[in-house]
Every structure is written in structure tokens, then in C-alpha cells.
Design a protein around this ligand. Structure first.
Ligand SMILES: N[C@@H](CCC(=O)N[C@@H](CS)C(=O)NCC(=O)O)C(=O)O
Length: 224
């Protein structure tokens, strides 16, 4: 059976967890945080999560894992049929990871762990997110799913990216980037309402609550 390594607070972990659920693939969850320990780096070369354990070995990087899932369990399909439509779906996922998640993530330490907010990050992240979101709105279909008529990995990836980006933008700038993009806001509500989205989100919220309680407890081991 496939084993998914990572933690339920992670949006990337949740992309793969939801992909497995949507495809009906049995899997086991192995709770482990990201780490730079040599043993962990042998299974995830950047020390990041998620990482998927297969009979053939370990795979890291969510987009690589998604391709593996689709090739090994093609049904139900979570990618469109034509090469062009598949490439457009991958384009959406790349934009979400590189130009929305990556810049917004720079505020994670401040928002979640109360680290100081750097002026450079404050000044530079918002314009990057504006640009990434504008790019996303140029390629999304929202008809009704983000890459067209069929639900796909792009819906899963962008939903979990926005579920990180939107609270961070609210916390730092009191800004809702989707306010000016009602089609995307309506799509987000639609994808969030799916059964497997709700399963994954609810486990994420429980894990987040437990992590915050542990972090604020005087007896907890503070990684900082
Ligand atoms: N490009 C990676 C990103 C994964 C990622 O950033 N995971 C975060 C948790 S959400 C992590 O492991 N962070 C620890 C680190 O950056 O060292 C992927 O697609 O899986």
C-alpha cells in the first residue's frame, strides 16, 4: 500500500492526500515533519513534505507525485485527455506553486509563529501575489472547474494553495485578493464544498489547532 509521509497542516501534503482520496487509492498516512536530518534527506532530497512511499521507492515534489498517481492509476482520470489540455492544466498548477504559494509563504513564519515581519517581505510579497493572481485569472476557465469542464489536479492544487495564500494576505495586509475576482471566488467555494476537500480540510484544521496549542504551551519544545 502507498504510504504518504508528512503532516496534515501542510497544504502540499493535503494536495496529495486529496488526490489519493479522489482517485480512491488506498494509502496509509505516516506523520512526519519536514527535516534536514540525513535519514530523511535520503527519502526526500530537499527535506520537504510530502513524500510518497511506493513499492519501488520514495517520490518527493507534489507535481511529480501527481504524475505518478495518474500514470499508475489512470481511472478515475484527474487530467484532461488531450496533450494541449493537459499542458494547460499543468500551467495552472505551476503558476499557483511558483507565483502564488512561493511568495506568500514568506509570511508564514510571521503569521503562524509570530516571527518579526521584515519590511522587505512586506513590501515585495503583495505585488508578487497580485502578478501571480493576474496570471492565474488569464489561464483559469472556472467552467465549472479551474481547467475546464472536468475536475482535475489543478482544482486540488490551486484550492490548497489559495487556502494558504488568502489567510496570509488577510493577516498581513487585511487584503482579500479574490474580492476583485468573483469567478475565482465562486470556483473556490465550489471546490471547497466537495466531499474530499471537506475531509482533508477538517483534518488540517484539527492538526493546526493542536500545533498552535502545543506551540503556545510553556512546556512545549519551542523550535525557535
Ligand atoms: N515543491 C514542493 C513544496 C513542498 C513544501 O514546500 N512543503 C513544505 C510544507 S507545506 C515543507 O516541507 N517545508 C519545509 C522546508 O521548506 O524545508 C512540493 O511540490 O512538494
Amino acid at each position: 500500500m502507498l504510504k504518504l509521509h508528512g503532516v496534515a497542516v501542510s497544504n502540499y501534503y493535503n494536495m496529495i492526500k486529496q488526490s489519493l482520496l479522489e482517485k480512491g487509492i488506498p494509502f496509509q498516512e505516516i506523520t512526519c515533519p519536514p527535516s534536514q536530518q540525513p535519514a530523511f534527506l535520503t527519502i526526500s532530497p530537499m527535506g520537504k513534505i510530502p513524500c510518497l512511499e511506493t513499492d519501488d521507492g520514495f517520490i518527493s515534489e507534489s507535481l511529480a507525485i501527481i504524475e505518478y498517481l495518474e500514470e499508475t492509476r489512470p481511472k478515475p482520470a484527474l487530467m484532461p485527455d488531450s496533450p494541449y489540455a493537459r499542458a494547460k492544466m499543468r500551467e495552472i498548477m505551476c503558476i499557483a506553486e511558483l507565483y502564488l504559494d512561493s511568495p506568500a509563504r514568506r509570511h508564514l513564519g510571521h503569521v503562524i509563529f509570530g516571527e518579526p515581519l521584515s519590511k522587505h517581505a512586506y513590501d515585495t510579497v503583495r505585488p508578487q501575489v497580485v502578478r501571480g493572481l493576474a496570471a492565474l485569472t488569464r489561464v483559469e476557465q472556472c467552467a465549472p472547474w479551474i481547467a475546464g469542464h472536468a475536475f482535475s489536479y489543478a482544482d486540488i492544487v490551486v484550492m490548497h494553495v489559495l487556502r494558504l495564500v488568502l489567510p496570509l494576505m488577510d493577516a498581513v495586509y487585511h487584503w482579500d485578493p479574490l474580492q476583485e475576482v468573483p469567478t475565482l471566488a465562486a470556483w473556490l467555494a465550489r471546490v471547497t464544498a466537495r466531499e474530499h476537500s471537506q475531509t482533508v480540510i477538517s483534518a488540517q484544521q484539527q492538526a493546526l489547532t493542536a500545533m498552535q496549542a502545543n506551540h503556545s504551551s510553556p512546556s512545549s519544545e519551542d523550535p525557535a
